[in-house]
Write a protein that binds this ligand. Structure first.
Ligand SMILES: Nc1nc2c(ncn2[C@@H]2O[C@H](COP(=O)(O)OP(=O)(O)OP(=O)(O)O)[C@@H](O)[C@H]2O)c(=O)[nH]1
Length: 560
């Protein structure tokens, strides 16, 4: 019984041409015993069934089985073997277009087929297919590939047979060619009767062509039991035809006729091949030789029909091969075109990327430019402001200069006038400042000016305006301040200055100020008038002995 189904199926496969009847018997055994098979084993069994179906000549059923295996088994090796078998199936059915298309696929697939047996089968069928197409060089090349990688357990029988068959097709093979002898030896040693018979029959043909028909007959005598045992249709037919031809050559008319008729009895009339043609040829010549004109004509017509069919077949193969080659070439060109198109697209993409990068760069540059413009504008604005500020302020004391003081005073007076608010314009002049300069130096003079400004600043309120009018003379606009209060503030300033001398490097410099005041309440809001009045009051204070505050000439305010 079947203990190891996987091994059993392997062994069965190895027997398929070696011992065909045992092969068939073992397939029956599997059916009988029905061992449980894994999915891959089930597919393997289906493949062996397909092989046998084809061997028995049921090509269409075999084709369906093989296509099922190729499409659905999911087993690369088995699919390759099935494809190889399908190739010879299509070839045998003269479906050359499909056969060569498949052959081209298999040539492409070859590098991916690792399994040695599957690879060998593919190579063998490719060799056969190309031999059929008259591409003997290719056929020999694939036989050579088979030869250099014989799978374990296999022999050189297949590759040598393929090579001999291809050489036979070229017309270069003779009965003594070493290629033929080697093939026969290898197949006999390997115990491959079918392949050995194929080679023997080639030898038989060569003997006839070389004018040694006796040797052919002797050979046929020897191999007949094996041919009968194998029950291989092609051999049964071709050996009869060979016998007929050999007998014809020897002038053995009856033997020739008998063999030719036996051959014709095997096939049917729709069959077109060189053997049927040769059988009709032999019969035609026999009838003609015997003067049977009508029989001769009838055989001749059959002969011509077969010959035409055979030649048509050869043409069909050539055309199919040529077509498949053109198709392949077209595919290759298309692939190259696509590759070129791809590289153009790649270049375009690279260009687009570059363009995007460039525009990005432009944007960045533009932004940088804008940023620098904004920065430059800000800087300009800042320096403008700084210059403006500088132009508004006195360099030594930091308070408003004369011009800006006047502008500001004018502006404020305008708005005070509208709401009749109060303000006092106060002019302050340091007393005998020239003496300070002369006695203590100009630097000390500067210090005294700054000191005086600091003291005045302490007496001011936010909103008041303070500026240096020139030299040691200062101006103040006390905003929201009526005359009387202005006099008090001015006197405060005077007293504060008098009470805080400058002490510098052990040197004490005391100084005083004279102050003139003009109030809006008495002089109105006209700046010029206020200035005049304040100036006159200051003059009066100087004249009256300095270190005092005097109000405008309207006289309502007292001296302090
Ligand atoms: N150190 C210093 N001296 C200045 C500055 N501006 C003007 N002066 C000096 O101030 C002095 C002003 O003198 P005068 O106008 O004669 O008046 P005064 O000496 O203060 O006498 P009275 O005003 O009459 O009390 C001059 O000697 C100027 O040189 C300055 O910015 N720094």
């Amino acid at each position: 019984s079947i203990a190891d189904p996987a091994a059993f199926l392997e062994q069965t496969e190895a027997l398929r041409t070696k011992d065909h009847s045992r092969f068939v018997e073992r397939l029956r055994q599997v059916r009988r015993e029905g061992p449980s098979l894994s999915t891959p084993q089930q597919w393997h069994l289906r493949y062996l069934d397909a092989w046998e179906t084809m061997f028995e000549g049921d090509y269409s059923r075999s084709e369906a089985q093989l296509r099922d295996i190729i499409g659905h088994s999911g087993d690369v090796t088995l699919a390759a073997k099935a494809s190889a078998l399908l190739l010879s199936n299509l070839g045998a059915n003269r479906r050359y277009d499909e056969a060569f298309a498949l052959a081209n696929h298999l040539v492409d697939d070859l590098p991916r087929i690792d399994d040695p047996l599957a690879r060998s089968m593919v190579l063998m069928n490719l060799s056969q297919m190309f031999n059929l197409a008259g591409q003997t060089d290719l056929a020999i090349q694939y036989a050579g590939m088979m030869e250099s990688a014989v799978p374990p357990g296999e022999t050189l029988c297949y590759p040598f047979s393929m090579r001999a068959a291809a050489l036979n097709n070229t017309g270069r093979l003779t009965s003594s060619s070493p290629e033929l002898t080697k093939a026969i030896d290898a197949c006999v040693t390997a115990g491959q009767p079918i392949l050995a018979n194929t080679m023997w029959l080639v030898l038989g043909d060569r003997f006839i062509d070389e004018g040694q028909p006796r040797k052919t007959l002797a050979l046929l005598e020897r191999i007949e039991p094996s041919i009968r045992a194998s029950d291989y249709y092609a051999h049964l037919l071709s050996s009869q035809v060979q016998r007929a031809r050999a007998n014809e050559k020897l002038g053995n008319v009856e033997g020739a006729r008998k063999a030719a008729l036996a051959a014709l009895a095997m096939g049917d009339d729709t069959e077109m091949n060189e053997w049927m043609r040769d059988a009709y040829g032999v019969l035609y010549r026999i009838e003609k030789g015997q003067g049977h004109a009508s029989a001769a004509l009838s055989y001749y017509e059959r002969y011509v029909a077969q010959d035409k069919g055979y030649l048509d077949d050869i043409t069909a193969r050539d055309v199919a091969f040529e077509l498949s080659r053109q198709h392949l070439l077209a595919q290759k060109l298309e692939t190259e075109r696509l590759a070129r198109q791809n590289s153009v697209l790649r270049l375009q993409k690279a260009l687009e990327t570059k363009a995007v990068e460039t525009s990005r760069l432009y944007i960045v540059l533009l932004l940088l430019f804008l940023a620098s413009v904004v920065f430059w504008l800000l800087r300009t604005k800042r320096s403008q402001l700084r210059f403006k500020k500088l132009s508004w302020h006195d360099g030594l004391t930091g308070i408003f200069n004369r011009q800006h003081f006047m502008n500001e005073a004018e502006r404020i007076l305008r708005s005070l006038e509208k709401r009749t608010g109060d303000a006092c314009l106060v002019f302050i002049d340091l007393d005998h400042f020239k003496q300070i300069n002369d006695t203590h130096g100009h630097a000390m003079g500067d210090l005294v000016l700054k000191h005086a400004v600091a003291i005045c600043g302490q007496q001011l309120r936010p909103g008041d305006v303070f500026g240096r009018l020139g030299g040691e003379e200062f101006g103040m606009l006390l905003v929201g301040c009526p005359g009387e209060r202005g006099m008090l503030v001015a006197d405060h300033i005077r007293m504060a200055i008098e009470a805080s001398p400058v002490i510098e490097e052990g040197c004490v410099v005391s100084f005083s100020t004279s102050v003139g005041l003009a109030a809006t309440g008495t002089c109105g809001y006209e700046l010029q008038r206020l200035c005049r009045e304040a100036d006159m009051a200051l003059y009066k204070a100087k004249r009256a002995g300095r270190n005092r505050v005097m109000a405008d000439t309207s006289g309502s305010l007292a001296e302090s």
